[in-house]
Ligand binder design. Sequence first.
Ligand SMILES: NC(=O)c1ccc[n+]([C@@H]2O[C@H](COP(=O)([O-])OP(=O)(O)OC[C@H]3O[C@@H](n4cnc5c(N)ncnc54)[C@H](O)[C@@H]3O)[C@@H](O)[C@H]2O)c1
Length: 403
Amino acid sequence: MTDTDKTIVVVGTGYVGLPAALLLAKAGYDVVGVDINENIVRAINEGVMRIKEDDLQALMDEPGVRANLRAQSTPCEGDIFIIAVPTPLDHRKKIAEMSYVDDAVESIIPFLRPGNLVIIESTIPPLTCRERVTPMIEKATDLVIGETLHLAHCPERILPGDIFYEIIHNDRIIGAMNEEARDMAADMYATFVKGELFKTDDVTAELVKLMENTYRDINIALANEFDAVAETLKIDGREAITLANKHPRVNILYPGIGVGGHCIAIDPWFIKEVDPSNSRMIFTSRLINDGMPARIASKIRKAVREIDNPKLVVLGAAYKPNVDDPRESPAIEIVRLLVEDGYDVAHYDRLIDGMEYESLVEICKGADMLAILVPHDETMAELERTRAEVEQVMRTPLIVRYQ
Ligand SMILES: NC(=O)c1ccc[n+]([C@@H]2O[C@H](COP(=O)([O-])OP(=O)(O)OC[C@H]3O[C@@H](n4cnc5c(N)ncnc54)[C@H](O)[C@@H]3O)[C@@H](O)[C@H]2O)c1
C-alpha cells in the first residue's frame, strides 16, 4: 500500500479539521470527514465551504478533492484517525473542557485496528496523550499504544483568515511516544506541508503548542499594562510604545481591547492547569487581558458621559480584525457590559453572520458615538471614504477607535 492509498478519518471538520481533510484529499488519500453537526456534514457533501476563504473554496471546488472526500456523522474504519474537535475553556474552573476529545476518542474506539495511527490535532493540556487518551483506548481494546496502535499529537498553528497558506507553509511539530508513530504522522503531513516537520515526544509537543500562545498572551498583556500606566501618567501609550520600539532589541506589541479567539485566551490556562505554582506570570497576564473589556467599556462610558441617553454604534464583533470568528471575542464582552449598564447599543460586524450592515452612513444616523472595537480593513477603508458623511448624519460626531 502506498501512503495515499490509506483512508484517513478526520473527526471534527471545523476550522482545523476541514482544511486538513481537503488537503489530504487533494494529496490522494481517501478522506472521511466526521462531524456531529449535520449541517457541516451536509455542507461538505454538497461542496459548500463554510470557512470564508477563497483558496479553501477553490480547493473544495476541485473535482479530484471532491472525489476523495466524503462526510458523515459517525466514524468508520480507517488507517489514520485525526481528531480535531474543540477544546474550549471550562470558564468556571479555568481548565480544559475535555468532553469533546473524550467523545471523539470514544467514537473511534470501535473502529481502531492494529497498526492504525491516531493523531490528536486539538490543543490539549500536557500529558493528555499519556494520561487520558492512552488509558481510554487501552482499557476499551486489546491495543497497546506505542506497540500495536500509534498515537501522536500534532498541534495546529494556523491563523484564521490565512488558513490555506499557513496550514501548508508553517513548520509543524510531530510528537509521539514512539518513533514509528512519529514517522507515520510525518509521512502523512509531508504530502501537503511545505514547512519543516519537527519530531519530538508527545508531552513536548503538547507544551510547545501552549507555549506559543502563552508567549503571545503575555506580550499582549505587557502592552496593555504599559498602556494603562501611560493613561495614569496622562500620556499617549501608543506613542510611548512606538518610541520604545526604536530601541534595536525592543519590539513591544500595541495595546488592544483584550484577547479572544479559540487559542490565545484559552491555551495559557492549560499550562496553569498542570503546574499552577510555576505559572504566576501566565496567570497574571490572563487576568490583565481578561480585564481589558471592562477597561474599554469604562473608556466608552467616559467618552459619552456628557451626552443624555447616548446612542452608541459599535463596530466589530470578531475576536480580532479581518476574521469572521466571534469566539471568546472581547468586543462582544464590551457590548455586553454596556448593554448591562442600560446603554442603547447597536452592534455590527460585516464579517459575522447576522450582524451585517448596509453602510456606515446608514447605521450611524442619529448616533452619538461610533466606537470601533475591531478595525477590519474594509471597515477602516469605508470610514476613510465616507467619514465626512458619517459625521454629518451623527447626532454627536464622536468616532473613536480602540485598537
Ligand atoms: N481555529 C483555529 O485557528 C485553531 C488553531 C490552532 C488550534 N486549534 C485547536 O484545534 C481544535 C479544533 O478547533 P476548531 O477551530 O477547528 O474548532 P471548530 O469548532 O471550528 O470545529 C470543531 C468541529 O468538531 C465537531 N465536533 C465536536 N465534537 C465532535 C465529535 N465527538 N465527533 C465529531 N465531530 C465533533 C464540531 O461540530 C465542529 O464542527 C481545538 O482544540 C482548537 O483549540 C484551533
